[in-house]
Design a protein around this ligand. Structure first.
Ligand SMILES: NC(=O)c1ccc[n+]([C@@H]2O[C@H](COP(=O)([O-])OP(=O)(O)OC[C@H]3O[C@@H](n4cnc5c(N)ncnc54)[C@H](O)[C@@H]3O)[C@@H](O)[C@H]2O)c1
Length: 288
């Protein structure tokens, strides 16, 4: 599949990442088939895309009046068989190996043989996912960042089996989406999470050991290292449960104790203090 052949894109999963990925493809002129398991999730995704397009129109990123045309390119469905029309598919279902394997196997059977299948996994081995399909050479990792319409990076992860053609088409596709693709090979945590999560973990250890408050740790990193967000503010944004899960992937994948999740992170997750989404993490978000 060359870049010129890609016109219709299927997105599997209409959650946080799926609706953002659908938004970006539609904004760049692609027809999108957005699939989720329930109509309510699809309705919520359409609302989110509409709201984010309005925000972009207000900021002048898209012309005012473009919103309905862009949204008109997003076709939503609960019927998986409709993805058979797609030239390219991106899977964005929750980060569970069993679920991803089942969704990818089903999608693989429906897609045309030449279509490329990508996963937005943030931590699962792309090589393992590729091996579960009948198109391992046409399989690739496409790790978008949250919020997708805003963040420019796409970490493009080559599975061991990914062909050069699939790799080059995916890199070119990212450019068409006005993103900056960075190519990495498949390894636990890829580059983004392998570098980011140990920093977040170390920041949590510093708080746990009483070296400094969360505010002080974040202030050091923002004011001293020019990070736009402190590591603990970012951990709250990502979700502390997600952070612990990714640390476990690094710990298991490398068999190295340096990736051991900080006990304070585990304790906060056990308390249900998951960050922004639960209203409390290292910071409080009540009423925000
Ligand atoms: N949230 C982030 O910051 C972030 C960043 C980068 C990558 N990711 C990765 O993106 C993927 C999705 O994460 P998310 O945060 O969007 O999750 P989410 O829970 O917000 O959305 C997942 C969606 O998938 C749907 N779904 C479940 N089973 C399905 C199926 N069989 N077919 C179609 N849809 C199905 C769910 O109903 C839900 O709407 C994960 O692999 C995650 O690791 C997330």
């Amino acid at each position: 599949m060359t870049i010129e052949d890609i016109r219709t894109v299927a997105i599997l999963g209409a959650g946080t990442m799926g609706n953002g990925i659908a938004h970006v493809f539609a904004r760049c002129g692609y027809n999108v088939i957005l699939r989720d398991v329930e109509e309510t999730f699809l309705a919520r995704a359409r609302d989110t895309i509409a709201r984010n397009l309005d925000r972009e129109a207000k900021k002048g990123k898209i012309a005012d009046g473009e919103q309905s045309r862009i949204l008109g390119r997003v076709y939503t469905t609960t019927d998986l068989s409709e993805i058979s029309r797609a030239d390219f598919a991106v899977e964005g279902v929750p980060e569970r190996l069993d679920l991803k394997l089942s969704v990818l196997r089903d999608a693989d059977k429906l897609l045309r043989p030449e279509a490329i299948l990508a996963s937005n996994t943030s931590s699962i081995s792309v090589t393992t996912l590729a091996a579960a399909t009948g198109r391992p050479d046409r399989f690739i990792g496409m790790h978008f960042m949250n919020p997708v319409p805003v963040m420019v990076l796409v970490e493009v992860i080559r599975a061991l089996q990914t062909s050069d053609e699939t790799f080059h088409s995916t890199m070119a596709l990212c450019e068409r989406l006005e993103k900056k693709p960075v190519a990495v090979n498949d390894a636990p945590g890829f580059v983004s999470n392998r570098v980011l999560l140990p920093m977040i973990n170390e920041a949590a250890f510093a708080v746990m050991e009483g070296v400094a408050t969360a505010e002080a740790v974040d202030a050091v990193m923002k004011l001293g290292m020019n990070h736009p967000m402190g590591p603990l503010e970012l951990a709250d944004f990502i979700g502390l449960d997600v952070c612990v899960n990714i640390l476990e992937v690094l710990y298991d994948g490398f068999g190295d104790s340096k990736y051991r999740a900080c006990p304070l992170l585990r304790k906060m997750v056990a308390a249900g203090w998951l960050g922004r989404k639960s209203g409390r993490g290292f910071y409080g978000y009540a009423g925000r």
